[in-house]
Ligand binder design. Structure first.
Ligand SMILES: NC(=O)c1ccc[n+]([C@@H]2O[C@H](COP(=O)([O-])OP(=O)(O)OC[C@H]3O[C@@H](n4cnc5c(N)ncnc54)[C@H](OP(=O)(O)O)[C@@H]3O)[C@@H](O)[C@H]2O)c1
Length: 283
């Protein structure tokens, strides 16, 4: 006998899925990691969705190693592009709606203002291209949530790396010519829950507020940890040695315009949430 679950979350070992699992915590929620459901395998996807018949599938599963994608386009495409297509085909049979998590990397970063949802996409990396293909697989009733610079207390991410480097007195340098909205998985998960409750569809930018460069983000973390700023230096993207294989957008700032129009509060300034996360991470 099959069980009816309202929400199915893919990519269950990931950092965002960990916070989504908490936010949607209920006997009606099922969280599947890659071993339990590989989204690049159409038959496995169909079997899972027909078994659980979720009302909503939240697809966090992705190949998120941006430079790795650049070297392995085939694998990136099979997960980031074909994965969402497989989910849509199965969702048609199971009667599910999809929440597809996407990225600021669908933009080229050349605009001189924050990107709104309707701005033209022009991804510069294989990761961005394959994530955009994943977006394009969605139907009118599905929800696309674009977020940026994700980090939190679960999984491995830049916040945890900076905290570790700070605690071990290791010198670090970060670029000051890439600007974005650092976004915390707990805040993003909360807003996704509100969008699901509203049965929202279409494209929504969902990020914490407060645009900063990577250097300014690291500086804010060091300040809050009471560490000396002498550990940290600013460099330009051109000075990265070795250069990163995949290009990053210089302007990654996403305007959460659609959220505001839907009457929802965008996630708070990242400086509001950061102290609580540092308390957990630094003990
Ligand atoms: N990280 C960011 O800065 C960022 C920014 C904007 C948007 N996003 C998007 O936000 C979403 C969540 O990101 P995240 O940072 O939470 O990613 P994450 O921590 O890397 O988690 C992604 C998860 O997807 C799983 N996965 C990979 N291939 C799979 C497959 N074929 N089938 C099923 N699961 C698979 C991975 O499994 P394994 O653990 O086995 O590898 C991993 O647990 C992604 O869609 C990402 O593109 C991320």
């Amino acid at each position: 006998m099959t069980t009816r679950h309202k929400v199915l979350i893919t990519g269950g070992n990931g950092q965002l899925s960990a916070d989504l699992a908490q936010v949607f915590d209920s006997p009606d929620t099922v969280v599947l990691n890659r071993e339990a459901l590989d989204i690049s395998r159409p038959q496995e996807v169909q079997a899972a969705l027909l078994h659980y018949k979720p009302a909503v599938v939240i697809n966090t599963a992705a190949l998120t190693d941006v430079d790795g994608c650049q070297h392995n386009a085939e694998q990136a495409r099979s997960i980031n592009s074909h994965g969402p297509k497989n989910l849509v085909a199965a969702a048609e049979l199971a009667g599910s709606r999809i929440v597809q998590i996407s990225t600021d990397y669908v933009f080229d970063g050349t605009l001189d203002r924050p990107y709104v949802e309707s701005d033209e996409t022009n991804p510069q990396s294989i990761y961005g291209q394959t994530k955009l293909e994943g977006e394009r697989a969605m139907r009118d009733e599905d929800l696309i949530v674009r977020t940026s610079w994700l980090c939190g207390i679960h999984g491995s991410n830049i916040l945890k790396t900076i905290v570790h480097l700070a605690q071990t007195d290791t010198a670090m340098s970060f670029v000051n010519d890439q600007i974005g909205h650092p976004s915390f998985t707990n805040d993003i998960a909360d807003t996704i829950q509100q969008l699901v409750a509203l049965q929202a569809h279409g494209v929504f930018h969902v990020t914490n507020q407060g645009p900063v460069s990577w250097h300014e983000f690291a500086q804010t973390i060091l300040n809050l940890m009471g560490r000396s700023p002498s550990q940290l230096s600013a460099i330009t993207t051109e000075q990265l040695d070795p250069p990163r294989p995949a290009p990053r957008p210089a302007n990654s700032v996403l305007n959460n315009e659609a959220l505001t129009k839907a009457g929802l509060q965008p996630p708070p300034d990242f400086r509001e949430t950061l102290p609580q996360l540092l308390e957990v991470l630094c003990g």
